[in-house]
Design a protein around this ligand. Structure first.
Ligand SMILES: Nc1ncnc2c1ncn2[C@@H]1O[C@H](COP(=O)(O)OP(=O)(O)O)[C@@H](O)[C@H]1O
Ligand SMILES: [Mg+2]
Length: 438
């Protein structure tokens, strides 16, 4: 038992006894029980770590219910079995291997029914399993209460004594209250564990989906480049040649020549569309010249045809970031530029990309109509909000952050920061070679 708990209780007991010796024993016991309950509640509310809470609880339980040993059993590891999570007066060597099936033995029964049990002489009770409380010999008095909240039973608390009939209904009542109190802490931990598991699964899935989407875009862009674009170029040349031949040989009437001209113009237009599509999917500039140039080209191609003037500043162009960071950064910039193009009605956009050895920064400001960012809290059924949400999640995957600042009538400013985390071996390598690059 925690020495501080023991000594605090001894002091309190002496204080109360000193008040004229008038305080009777049951009242003193009740006082200590309430004090222990208060301490456990306090730790449930203030402490995050479940083991610390259970340790505090176990010390306080042993201090007010005077048994020779005790344990808190939980059922959160495998379904249908309880294990000893914390214990006092028992040997770890034996307890760590012991599992109590739900519904079996006294503890298992309490954890199944949710009803506490008081036993005068456990060694003679047919319900008790030999392995209960590590099979300690000579145990007699035994109480067990569930750790439960509503219909959820998460475990049980056991206290045993080497004296027969050591415990009474009052002890069962207080042990039950301890159990109720601990249930909140156990539920909180179980829920937190589920949330963080779910979050990890979501992030892994998202990362996989984004990676697969990137691969597919790359494949499509390559196919467009190698097949469709080549075929269109060849078609355009052939049409051009046919037009020249018709001119030279005087073959065909004006209607025929006009049709050839139109077919040639359509082929050129389709070629431009293919280039635009390829740039949307995976601009070759991103691989060849790096992310800032790719962003600038994308912004110009997207915004200038809509009459939006683009200015761009780029600092630290010589730094190449890890490719997954460049791709994430480019995709976020693409989403932001497309938002400016679709929603802002801006006249001017200024873009700044800054790269240094520790981070990459993107700043995009437009002088358009702006919007109320507080109203974009969810993805609407039509998909509005999905763009900003995806950008935020994409950034989170590479450890980055984004901040949008906008108000109706006051334009929009977005700042994106992505830290460049590199492993220490790479850094050491670069330092050895005197390099300042990524
Ligand atoms: N630069 C901007 N200027 C004005 N409004 C914007 C701008 N960027 C975003 N918005 C507003 O925020 C909304 C959500 O953007 P987003 O999540 O990208 O979804 P989507 O573009 O599909 O509508 C847009 O519908 C638009 O109303
Ligand atoms: Mg959008």
């Amino acid at each position: 038992m925690d020495m501080r708990v023991q000594s605090a209780m001894r002091t309190k007991r002496t204080e109360i006894q000193q008040v004229g010796g008038l305080v009777d024993i049951p009242m003193l016991k009740r006082y200590h029980q309430l004090e222990a309950l208060d301490r456990i509640l306090n730790s449930v509310n203030r402490v995050r770590d479940l083991d610390t809470i259970l340790d505090t609880a176990m010390d306080n339980i042993m201090a007010v219910i005077e048994g020779s040993c005790g344990a808190i059993l939980l059922g959160d590891k495998e379904p249908g079995v309880l294990y000893h999570r914390v214990y006092r007066g028992l040997s770890a060597k034996r307890l760590d291997e012991i599992r109590i099936p739900l519904g079996e033995g006294v503890t298992g029964m309490v954890a199944k029914t949710g009803e506490p049990i008081l036993i005068e002489e456990v060694s003679r009770d047919p319900r008790a399993l030999p392995q209960e409380l590590g099979g300690v010999k000579g145990l007699r008095g035994f109480i067990c209460a569930p750790i439960k909240r509503w219909d959820d039973i998460m475990g049980a608390i056991v206290v045993a004594s080497d004296q027969t009939g050591k415990f009474d209904a009052e002890d069962v009542r207080i042990l039950n209250s301890f159990g109720d109190c601990l249930a909140t802490a156990v539920i909180k931990t179980v829920v937190e564990r589920k949330i963080s598991k779910g979050m990890a699964r979501y992030q892994a899935l998202l990362s996989y989906a984004l990676g697969a989407q990137e691969d597919e875009r790359k494949r499509l862009a390559r196919e467009l480049h190698d097949e469709t674009s080549q075929a269109l170029t060849s078609l355009t040349f052939r049409l051009q040649a046919a037009i020249q031949m018709a001119e030279i040989s005087g073959f065909g009437d004006a209607k025929f020549k006009d049709s050839l001209q139109k077919a040639h113009a359509s082929a050129i237009q389709a070629g431009k569309e293919i280039v635009r599509l390829m740039n949307d999917l995976r601009p070759t500039l991103l691989d060849d010249l790096g992310m800032p140039t790719a962003i600038y080209r994308y912004a110009k191609d997207t915004l200038e045809p809509r009459g939006i003037n683009v200015t761009m500043e780029c600092i630290g162009r010589q730094y190449r970031l890890p490719i997954e960071v460049e791709v994430a950064f480019f995709r976020v910039a693409q989403g932001l530029i497309s938002n400016v193009s679709k929603h802002s009605r801006a006249k001017n956009v200024s873009i700044r990309v800054e790269c240094n050895p520790s981070k990459a920064l993107l700043y995009i400001e437009d002088d358009g109509i702006g919007f109320d960012i507080d109203k974009i809290t969810d993805i609407e059924p039509g998909g509005r909000g999905a763009g900003l949400f995806t950008m935020r999640e994409r950034l989170r995957l590479v450890g980055g952050t984004g901040h949008v600042e906008s108000k109706p009538g006051q334009g929009t400013r977005v700042t994106v920061t992505v830290p460049i985390v590199r492993n220490l071996e790479d850094l050491a390598d670069d330092q050895d070679k005197g390099l300042d690059r990524r």
